[in-house]
Design a binder for this molecule. Structure first.
Ligand code: BGC
Length: 399
C-alpha cells in the first residue's frame, strides 16, 4: 500500500542543518543517523555546533513535558534534551504526570532558578497564564511545544505539526480501511454499497490540538455522513460528547464498552472507529476484543485509526490488529524547537512558516508546522524502521 503523504509544509534548509547537527534520536533514544544528513552538511554543522556550544555557555533551557505515560512525550523530551545538550546548553527536563498543578509548579521553579528559555508542552492549554506572565517579566522567551498555550500574549513561538491535516489523515485512513478510498486517496472503484457503521472518539478537551484533529477528521467524513454512506449509530458526534479527558486509554475503553452495550448488543454491525491517539486506540481495541470482535482485522475487528506511531500500536498494526497510525517524527519537532531556541538565545526571532492559523485567543502565535504521514502495515519499514525511529526487533516485540 502506498503511503499517502500530504503536501509537505517545507522543512527549511535551516531545519535540515539542525537535524544534521543534532544527529537524530529515534523514539527509542537510540542514535538513528538522520537520512537528511549528507556527510559534508554533517561536518560543517558539526563545526557550527562547536561554536554554538561556546556561545551556549552556562545557559539552562527549561523543558516542561506533560506525561511519561505516553511514550511519544518521552521521545520528545529525550530528543529536545539531547539536541540542546549537544549544542552546549544545560537542560532542566521535567514531566508533570498529567497533573496541572505539578506542571505549573515545575515551570514556576524553572523561572525562579533562572532558566534562559522555556519549551513547554502544556497539559491544559489555558492553565499557565501566571507562569507565562512571570516568564515575560524576566524576559524569558517561551516556545509552545506541539500544544498551543491559550489566553496569554507571552507565547513567543509555536512548533507543531499541521494538526488539522493530522485529522484529515486519520479520517482518510479510516476511509481507506472501510473501502471507500484507495491508499493514495483516490476513490475506490468498488466502494461499500450498504451504509457503513462507525463510532468517533476525540482527544482531551483542554488540549488545543484535539479540536484541530477532530475538525480535520469530521470535515473529511462529512460528505459520507451527509449522504448516509457512513452512519454513527450511537448518534454521538459532537466534540464534547466524544472527547476523552487527558487522552486516557482507560476512559476510551470504558466509553467503547458502554457504546457496545447501548448500541451494538442487538446485532448492529460496527465496521470502524475514528481514534485520535494510539493509547485511545488500544483502549478501544481491548473493548472490542473483549466483546468478541476480531481479534484481528482479518477476523472482523473494526478498523481503528490512531496517532503517534507508539511502538505498542506499531506492533499491533504489524499484526493486523490496529489499522493505522499517524507518524509525527518527534526528532524533527525537537530539532525545530531547538532551532527556534537558538534563534531566541541569539537575540533573533525564529522564522515561522504559518502566521495565520494558531490564534490563542489573545494573538496569532507565529508557528512552524511540520508534516506527518499515515502509517499502514506496509509503511512500517519505509517510514519507521529505515528512518531509524524503531528497529525491526522493536516492531516485532512491541517495546
Ligand atoms: C499531541 C498528540 C498526542 C496527544 C496525546 C496531542 O497534543 O499532538 O500527538 O497524541 O497529545 O498525548
Amino acid at each position: 500500500m502506498r503511503t499517502k503523504r500530504f503536501a509537505a509544509i517545507a522543512l527549511g534548509a535551516a531545519l535540515a542543518v539542525t537535524l544534521a547537527a543534532c544527529g537524530g534520536e529515534g523514539a527509542s533514544g537510540g542514535d538513528g543517523n538522520e537520512s537528511t544528513s549528507s556527510s559534508s552538511a554533517a561536518q560543517s554543522s558539526g563545526e557550527q555546533a562547536a561554536g554554538d556550544a561556546t556561545a551556549a555557555g552556562d545557559k539552562t533551557v527549561g523543558v516542561a513535558m506533560p506525561t511519561e505515560t505516553s511514550e511519544r512525550w518521552i521521545a520528545d523530551g529525550n530528543a529536545v534534551k539531547s539536541q540542546l545538550e549537544k549544542l552546549g546548553y544545560k537542560v532542566d527536563l521535567q514531566y508533570a504526570n498529567d497533573d496541572i498543578p505539578t506542571q505549573s509548579q515545575q515551570i514556576d521553579q524553572m523561572i525562579t532558578q533562572g532558566v534562559s528559555l522555556l519549551i513547554i508542552a502544556s497539559i491544559d492549554g489555558t492553565a499557565l497564564s501566571s507562569q507565562l506572565d512571570a516568564a515575560a517579566a524576566k524576559k524569558i522567551p517561551v516556545i509552545a511545544y506541539d500544544r498551543l498555550i491559550n489566553g496569554n500574549p507571552n507565547v513567543d513561538f509555536y512548533v507543531t505539526f499541521d494538526n488539522y491535516k493530522v485529522g484529515v489523515q486519520q479520517a482518510t485512513a479510516l476511509l481507506v480501511g472501510l473501502g471507500f478510498l484507495n491508499a493514495d486517496g483516490s476513490d475506490a472503484s468498488n466502494p461499500p454499497s450498504d451504509p457503513v457503521n462507525i463510532e468517533v472518539f476525540a482527544g482531551s478537551p483542554d488540549d488545543n490540538n484535539a479540536g484541530f484533529f477532530f475538525n480535520g477528521a469530521m470535515d473529511t467524513l462529512k460528505p459520507y455522513l451527509d449522504d448516509g454512506r457512513i452512519v454513527v449509530p450511537s448518534g454521538q458526534t459532537d466534540f464534547d460528547t466524544v472527547a476523552t479527558l487527558r487522552w486516557s486509554q482507560e476512559a476510551a475503553q470504558t466509553r467503547m464498552e458502554n457504546l457496545l452495550t447501548s448500541t451494538y448488543s442487538g446485532g448492529t454491525k460496527l465496521q470502524g472507529v475514528l481514534s485520535p491517539f494510539d493509547g485511545i486506540s488500544r483502549g478501544i481495541i481491548t473493548a472490542l476484543q473483549g466483546a468478541g470482535f476480531g481479534p484481528k482485522l482479518t477476523d472482523g475487528l473494526p478498523v481503528v485509526t490512531g496517532q503517534d506511531a507508539e511502538i505498542a500500536s506499531v506492533t499491533l498494526i504489524n499484526q493486523d490488529v490496529q489499522q493505522s497510525t499517524i507518524f509525527k517524527d518527534t526528532r524533527k519537532l525537537a530539532a525545530q524547537a531547538v532551532s527556534a531556541a537558538q534563534d531566541f538565545l541569539a537575540g533573533k526571532a525564529p522564522e515561522p512558516n504559518d502566521t495565520t492559523t494558531y490564534n490563542n485567543g489573545v494573538k496569532v502565535v507565529p508557528s512552524f508546522l511540520l508534516e506527518s504521514d499515515i502509517v499502514y502495515k506496509d509503511d512500517i519499514k519505509s517510514l519507521l524502521v529505515d528512518s531509524g525511529y524503531y528497529t525491526a526487533e522493536q516492531v516485532e516485540k512491541g517495546q
